[in-house]
Design a protein around this ligand. Structure first.
Ligand SMILES: [Fe+2]
Ligand SMILES: [Fe+2]
Length: 444
């Protein structure tokens, strides 16, 4: 029975995932629902009903807690919890149509559905499934306390799992592509748009994981940027996957060179310049599952818009747009990360530096759009104004990238929001959240 249950849960997770990528009437989605339906039918024929519970991030079936299975499906379980699911019951007589509608609930973002699962089940006349929370007294308070934790937890789980995939690739081991894509999706849904908050949160908590954090940051930022540019969801995930591995080739270079702070000599430079080729070679082994784009992005991310970068090619061709997107996000993140060290690059300085590379390092149209979307002063930055007050950036202004909307946090009129584009006030400086801005962090 356990192997049947595993089969069903894996096909269920795949179907939810494919519903996130494809519309409900797409044959790939229908096919994955069919597979989940068949594996569920096999269980229901014997058992008449299947009742599953989630207790403290562990899956429970009958009186048993399935620890091993829970570990394997950790990100899936946390995802179900985030959709307020603590129990699911499937009854004999269930139709494929009912299961398809049920799965689509999980594939659709919470905001879009605006219904809880019970209302949704009733609306779609799904009679052979029930799902929801396990009610416990004083449950509501308990849940409220747990919320932010859940987000961080989900992030950490995704990060854990992504690290594992990267490590496996380095050892040429098989990668669970379903899990990888599920986690990239989780990162995309939870953190896109919170780029700056994420950057601050992670750089404070996980200083030891700098390279990996860089990969993840570039991935989130590339997904955010490309989705704002209007790419389809599928393309956005592909670009995010490419970004996630863009520096994977660095792992084959000795740590001595990577961490060297003084100037590299010519042979060390050559080794460093080989990381796109090494990375592409690693990723080509996975092209059946992941497609060719991650390898292309990895190979081209230092090529530059004017093709004067590396690797040197005999017949240079214009880099793929995904590579051009990732290279902007790559440099932006590398410069932003410096804020955590001694050398401080405030956002306006980053803008200045990157603008110098417009038309040479970077595609000029993409670069302009990039700053239009994220603004010169990213959301969440702590800034000082020309009237000596301290504010936090709340939203960017596409028409005037230097003048976002800000909320005053000190010294008075706390909570007042000002649109800098329509008044005579402006930003004079950004306060480094690790140094002079630190005392305001609680107010942000
Ligand atoms: Fe690189
Ligand atoms: Fe990089």
């Amino acid at each position: 029975m356990l192997s049947k249950l595993i089969k069903f849960l894996l096909t269920l997770a795949t179907a939810i995932q494919s519903g996130k990528i494809y519309p409900e009437n797409h044959p790939i989605y229908s096919e994955s629902v069919k597979e989940a339906f068949i594996s569920l039918q096999i269980i229901l024929q014997d058992e008449k009903e299947l009742v599953l519970g989630i207790v403290d991030k562990e899956l429970a079936w009958k009186d048993e807690i399935l620890f091993d299975l829970s570990r394997k499906l950790k990100s899936f379980i946390i995802y179900l919890e985030s959709r307020d699911i603590e129990r699911m019951c499937f009854y004999y007589g269930l139709s494929q149509k009912e299961l398809s509608k049920f799965i689509y609930f999980f594939s659709t973002p919470k905001k879009q559905i605006q219904k809880n699962i019970q209302e949704y089940l009733a609306q779609h006349e799904i009679r052979h499934i029930s799902a929801g929370k396990i009610l416990v007294l004083s449950d509501e308070k308990h849940r409220k306390d747990k919320k932010p934790d859940n987000l961080l937890n989900q992030y950490e789980t995704s990060m854990d799992s992504l690290t594992k995939s990267v490590k496996k690739m380095l050892n040429s081991e098989e990668v669970d592509y379903l899990d990888l894509r599920f986690n990239i999706l989780a990162v995309m849904e939870n953190f896109m748009g919170n780029y700056n908050e994420l950057l601050n949160l992670i750089s404070i908590k996980k200083k030891d994981l700098t390279t990996f954090i860089h990969l993840l940051n570039v991935s989130v930022l590339s997904m955010f940027f490309s989705s704002k540019l209007g790419f389809s969801k599928e393309d956005v995930i592909d670009i995010g996957t490419g970004a996630l591995f863009h520096d994977i080739g660095k792992i084959s270079i000795s740590q001595k060179i990577i961490t060297k702070t003084s100037k590299l000599d010519e042979s060390e430079f050559d080794k460093m310049r080989s990381h796109p080729v090494h990375g592409a070679k690693i990723l080509l082994k996975y092209k059946e599952d992941m497609g060719i784009l991650p390898a292309v992005v990895t190979y081209e991310h230092h090529l530059r818009y004017d093709l004067k970068g590396y690797p040197k090619m005999v017949y240079p061709v214009k880099p793929h747009i995904a590579s051009l997107i990732v290279s902007i996000c790559d440099i932006y993140d590398a410069l932003s990360q410096r804020r955590t060290y001694k050398k401080d690059y405030p956002p306006n300085k980053i803008y200045e530096i990157m603008n110098k590379g417009k038309g040479t390092l970077f595609d000029p149209v993409l670069l302009d759009n990039f700053f239009k979307i994220i603004g010169v002063w990213p959301i969440g930055s702590i800034v000082s104004l020309n009237d000596d007050r301290i504010a936090v950036v709340r939203s960017s202004n596409e028409k005037d990238i230097f003048s976002p909307k800000v909320e005053i946090i000190s010294p008075e009129q706390k909570g007042e929001t000002i649109n800098l584009a329509t008044c005579d006030k402006n930003i004079t400086a950004s306060l480094n959240p690790f140094v002079e801005g630190k005392k305001y962090l609680d107010l942000v």
